[in-house]
Write a protein that binds this ligand. Structure first.
Ligand code: 6PG
Length: 482
C-alpha cells in the first residue's frame, strides 16, 4: 500500500550507525534536506541532537512517515548491515514507495544479490541502485568515493547529490555512474579485493624490514613515512606509519606487538576471489592476501606446526639504505601486479554481465575518498586515458618501464624472504605471475599431455589446426578428433 503524502526532503537515509549518520550529515552540510530513519529511534534522536545545527534533518519514528517525508521521485539510501537486514529494509520501503521512486543500497552487498534485488524491485515499478561507497567513517562525512550502478535514469535524479557529497580531485567528483544493475557493487567488491592485496603487501614489507633490519616499529614507521615522498604515496602507507608509531597505553609497548596477529574479514575479499575463479581470471595478489588472513586466524593450523622445521638463513643486511630501497621496489612492483589483476577481473565481469564499465573513469574516482586512494591511481587513470582498451595494465608503457626497473630488487627480496623463512605469499606470487605472463612457453603443455593421458581430454598442436589425442594405452599413435 503506498502513501500518497508528499514531503519536502531531498533524500532520505535509513540506518544511522556511524556510516549512515555521517552520510546524512554530509548531505545536510551540502544544503540538502535529509529525512532520517533508524530502527531504534534513539539513534535518530542522537543524530539530530548532536548535529541538528549542521543542516536540515527530518526525523521519523516509523518507515511510513519516513517515506512520506520525501519529495518525489523519492530517494532513500540504505546503510544497514549487508544481507538479510538489507532485504528486510527494502521490503519495508517498497511497501510505501511509488512508481519511479529509488532505493539505494550503499552497503557492501554481493553483486549477485544486487542483480536479484534490482530485478525484483523493477518488477514493482521502483528503481534499485547498488552503490559502492568507500572511505570508511571519515570518508562518509568528508567525501567518499561512490560507485553507483542501477539504471541511468535513476542516476539523473541521484547522481548530482552523490557527486556533490563525494571527494573531489582537481574539481572532479570521485563518483560516476558505473553501469547497470550490480556493476557498482561489483567494482566495490574488486576495490576491496585490491585493498586486501595492498594491505597484505604492506604487511609483508613491514615483516621483511623488521626482521631484516631488527628495527623497532617506530623506526619502521619512519621508513613508511619516507615512502610518502615516492610513487607509493597512498592512504594505506600513511596509516601504516601511524599504526606502527602507536604506543600501547597499558604496557608502554608498540601497539602492533600487543594486537593479536589474526586478521579478520567480512567477506568482500573472499567474494572477489570466488568471482575471479568463476570467471577464470588470476587475481593471485588478492587470493594470497585473503588466504593469508585465513591462515593468520586459524588456531588449528598454526597450533599444529610444532614438528615443522624451517632451515632458515637469517637475512644479513650490510647496506641498510640499499635493502630498504629494494623492499620498496618489490612492494611497488607487486602492487602494480595486484592492481593490474584487479582491473583484469573488472574487464571480465564487464564482459560476462554485459556492463559498460569504463576502467579509466573508475581509476579516476578511486584517486581520492576511498581506502585505496593513492597517487598511483593518477598513473592508472592516465594509462586508460591513453588506451581505454589496454589489455594488461602492467604492460602499459609507463608501468612496464617502472616495473622492469624494479625486477632486480624484486627477485632479490623474494629470494631473501624465501631463504630466511619470512612468509611473503603476495610478494612471491606476484613475481611468479609476472614471470608467467612473460614466459614464451609455459609448462601447461605438459598438463595438457597429462589430461589427455588419463582422460582423453585432447590437446591442440602448435603446428596445425584441430584437436588431437594420443592412444596412450595403445600404440601411442596420434589421432585427430576434430
Ligand atoms: C571501504 C572499506 C570498507 C570496509 C572494508 C573492511 O572501502 O571503505 O573497504 O568497505 O571497511 O571492506 O573489510 P574487512 O572487514 O573484510 O577487512
Amino acid at each position: 500500500m503506498s502513501d500518497a503524502r508528499t514531503g519536502t526532503a531531498d533524500i532520505g537515509v535509513v540506518g544511522l550507525a556511524v556510516m549512515g549518520a555521517n552520510i546524512a550529515r554530509n548531505l545536510a552540510r551540502k544544503g540538502y534536506k535529509v529525512a532520517v530513519y533508524n530502527r531504534s529511534y534513539s539513534r535518530t534522536e542522537k543524530l539530530v541532537d548532536e548535529h541538528g545545527d549542521e543542516g536540515t534533518f527530518i526525523p521519523s519514528e516509523d518507515i511510513a512517515d519516513f517515506v512520506a517525508s520525501l519529495s518525489r521521485p523519492r530517494v532513500a539510501m540504505i546503510l544497514v548491515q549487508a544481507g538479510a537486514g538489507t532485504d528486510a529494509v527494502i521490503e519495508q520501503l517498497a511497501e510505501y514507495m511509488e512508481e519511479g521512486d529509488i532505493i539505494v543500497d550503499c552497503g557492501n552487498a554481493y553483486f549477485k544479490d544486487t542483480i536479484r534485488r534490482e530485478r525484483d524491485i523493477q518488477a514493482r515499478g521502483l528503481h534499485f541502485v547498488g552503490a559502492g561507497v568507500s572511505g570508511g567513517e571519515e570518508g562518509a562525512l568528508e567525501g567518499p568515493s561512490i560507485m553507483p550502478g542501477g539504471t541511468p535514469e535513476s542516476y539523473k535524479r541521484l547522481g548530482p547529490m552523490l557527486e556533490e557529497i563525494s571527494a573531489h580531485v582537481d574539481g572532479e567528483p570521485c563518483c560516476t555512474y558505473i553501469s547497470n544493475d550490480g556493476a557498482g557493487h561489483f567494482v566495490k567488491m574488486v576495490h576491496n579485493g585490491i585493498e586486501y592485496a595492498d594491505m597484505q603487501l604492506i604487511a609483508e614489507a613491514y615483516d621483511l624490514l623488521r626482521r631484516g633490519l631488527g628495527d623497532s616499529p617506530a623506526q619502521i614507521a619512519d621508513i613508511f613515512e619516507s615512502w610518502m615522498d615516492t610513487e607509493l604515496n597512498s592512504y594505506l602507507i600513511e596509516i601504516t606509519a601511524e599504526v606502527l608509531r602507536q604506543v600501547d597505553a597499558v604496557t608502554g609497548k608498540a601497539l602492533v606487538d600487543i594486537v593479536v596477529d589474526a586478521a579478520s574479514q567480512k567477506g568482500t575479499g573472499a567474494w572477489t576471489v570466488q568471482t575471479a575463479l568463476e570467471l577464470g581470471v588470476p587475481v593471485t595478489g588478492i587470493g594470497e592476501a585473503t588466504f593469508a588472513r585465513g591462515l593468520s586466524s586459524s588456531p588449528v593450523q598454526r597450533g599444529a606446526s610444532g614438528p615443522l622445521e624451517g632451515h632458515e638463513q637469517p637475512i644479513k643486511v650490510v647496506d641498510r639504505e640499499g635493502f630498504i630501497e629494494q623492499v620498496r621496489q618489490a612492494l611497488y612492483a607487486s602492487k602494480i601486479v595486484a592492481y593490474s589483476q584487479g582491473f583484469d577481473l573488472i574487464q571480465a565481469g564487464n564482459d560476462e554481465y554485459g556492463w559498460d564499465i569504463k576502467k579509466g573513469d573508475l581509476a579516476k574516482i578511486w584517486r581520492a575518498g576511498c581506502i585505496i586512494r593513492a597517487v598511483f591511481l593518477g598513473d592508472i587513470t592516465e594509462a586508460y586515458e591513453n588506451n581505454p582498451d589496454l589489455p594488461l595494465l602492467m604492460a602499459d608503457e609507463k608501468f612496464a618501464s617502472k616495473i622492469n626497473a624494479c625486477v632486480p630488487a624484486w627477485r632479490e627480496i623474494v629470494g631473501l624472504g624465501v631463504a630466511s623463512g619470512i612468509p611473503i605469499p603476495a610478494f612471491s606470487s606476484s613475481l611468479s605471475y609476472f614471470d608467467g605472463v612473460r614466459a614464451d612457453r609455459l609448462p601447461a603443455a605438459l598438463i595438457q599431455g597429462q589430461r589427455d593421458f588419463f582422460g582423453s581430454h585432447t590437446y591442440k598442436r602448435i603446428d596445425m589446426e584441430g584437436t588431437f589425442h594420443t592412444e596412450w594405452s595403445g600404440d601411442r599413435s596420434e589421432t585427430r578428433w576434430s
